[in-house]
Design a protein around this ligand. Sequence first.
Ligand code: FES
Length: 124
Amino acid sequence: MYSEKVMDHFNNPRNVGMIPDADGVGQVGNPTCGDIMKIYLKIKDNVIEDIKFKTFGCGAAVATSSMVTELVKGMSLDEAMNVSNQMVAEALDGLPPQKMHCSNLAADALHAAIENYRRKEAGK
Ligand code: FES
């Protein structure tokens, strides 16, 4: 069974959409099921000022995406890099064991978006 928090974030996902002039974009696919998540970041002074996501995946993937955006908004990039899949699942009061793989997308896409931003900055 899903926790109330999972159901809440699935039914009312936060920060859905895209940021057209994003500073960093990360996309990952889940090898277990083929689902895809994309994260867009707006960064100011090394802090995540805005974040949006698009997830083509199951309910648990939508809920974990929504939760990760809430967790990291306002965090520094270093703090956000330390957010793990496990932390996201815990913030949702857990996921059923067979759905734990769905939480991998959220933190991985976030980290990919931060790396994308850092690569762009380094090339400037
Ligand atoms: Fe694909 Fe959940 S079944 S992310």
